[in-house]
Design a protein around this ligand. Structure first.
Ligand SMILES: NC(=O)c1ccc[n+]([C@@H]2O[C@H](COP(=O)([O-])OP(=O)(O)OC[C@H]3O[C@@H](n4cnc5c(N)ncnc54)[C@H](OP(=O)(O)O)[C@@H]3O)[C@@H](O)[C@H]2O)c1
Length: 291
């Protein structure tokens, strides 16, 4: 049995990865700040959930012992981007290298770039650079927005559409190429068997591009709550996001609005690596959005 450390593995992507790895008989270690939030993973027979501060270098060094691969997944949409997206990948890469862990995989984001308009995307790009500087053989994945059971994208819209008679939508023309969570998991796990993936960066996208407005309209149709959608101009998108920042679980920030100024789509013909075929949104979404 192989040992895999998932750092940031208790969230949406990590939980799907951990389930699939456990089914394939991998032994999965999941450090978390709050083990009670990872209870859903304790049913996996080969998963070990440990409370840990992954920013602490001595803790990281201990977690690396005996691992065959590390998958780095910590991501935030607001908060200290420099710490979570830039410093942490560097620390993880240095710890993995020092411990001689043979593989390091990192989940970044599509459109990450040092000159991107949002802190989220700039900090992700700086994190990729910090990771690669310490561990040049790492494999990086850059997904577009990810959909599937438990996502916080289409499911969030479905919840809003249920309540709102009309939808004033920020960044209605923002472009996405949503990728299915199970395709992301398949690509990440497949990379472990593809040695040519060392040192490579792979965008992960679904088969079709949509505007945000098209995605919200589709969600309304499938969830049984079709609503009129009013696209907001940029200044109102920023204002709406600013007001949402005052809500404890506000669904959007001004930085998210800036992220959406960059198309979140792959180059033509490039969806998934390793000869995998991307699953259309329309095949999966009705299964978890339908009323
Ligand atoms: N979901 C998407 O559509 C999408 C699209 C593109 C890229 N990505 C990237 O994919 C990765 C996984 O995303 P996800 O959707 O699975 O995220 P998620 O559900 O929010 O999970 C985030 C994970 O990171 C940990 N985490 C969050 N904030 C942290 C902090 N300040 N310090 C330490 N750990 C922290 C959480 O662990 P605890 O158990 O400690 O809370 C959790 O395991 C992220 O890097 C994200 O940027 C996601």
């Amino acid at each position: 049995m192989k040992n895999i450390l998932l750092i940031g593995g208790t969230g949406f992507v990590g939980s799907a990865l951990a389930s699939r790895l456990a089914k394939a008989d991998f032994c999965v270690t999941l450090p978390t700040r709050r083990p009670e939030r990872a209870r859903h993973l304790s049913v996996l027979p080969t998963a070990r959930i440990v409370q840990a501060n992954v920013y602490d270098e001595a803790t990281l060094a201990r977690l690396m012992i005996g691992q065959d691969a590390v998958i780095s997944l910590v991501g935030i949409l607001k908060g200290n981007f420099q710490r979570a997206h830039t410093e942490l990948p560097g620390k993880i890469a240095r710890a993995a290298k020092a411990a001689g862990v043979p593989r390091l995989l990192h989940i970044s984001a599509l459109a990450a770039s040092t000159d991107a308009p949002s802190q989220y995307l700039r900090s992700k790009a700086a994190g990729e650079a910090a990771l690669m500087a310490a561990y040049p053989d790492a494999t990086i994945f850059q997904p577009s927005v990810i959909f599937g059971q438990g996502d916080s994208f289409l499911t969030l819209f479905a919840g809003l559409l249920k309540l709102a008679p009309i939808v004033p939508l920020a960044c209605a023309d923002a472009r996405f190429q949503p990728v299915w969570i199970e395709d992301v998991v398949t690509a990440v796990i497949a990379s472990l068997d593809h040695s040519e993936s060392r040192g490579q960066t792979y965008p992960l996208c679904g088969p079709r591009e949509y505007t945000l407005q098209q995605l919200v309209a589709y969600t309304g149709q499938v969830s049984g709550h079709p609503r009129p959608i009013i696209g907001l101009p940029f200044a109102f998108s920023i204002l709406q996001a600013f007001l949402m920042e005052f809500l404890p679980k506000g669904p959007m920030t001004r930085d998210n609005v800036w992220s959406m100024q960059v198309p979140n789509v792959c180059a033509a013909g490039c969806t998934l690596p390793f000869g995998l075929t991307a699953t259309p949104l329309e095949v999966v979404a009705p299964g978890y959005l339908a009323a």
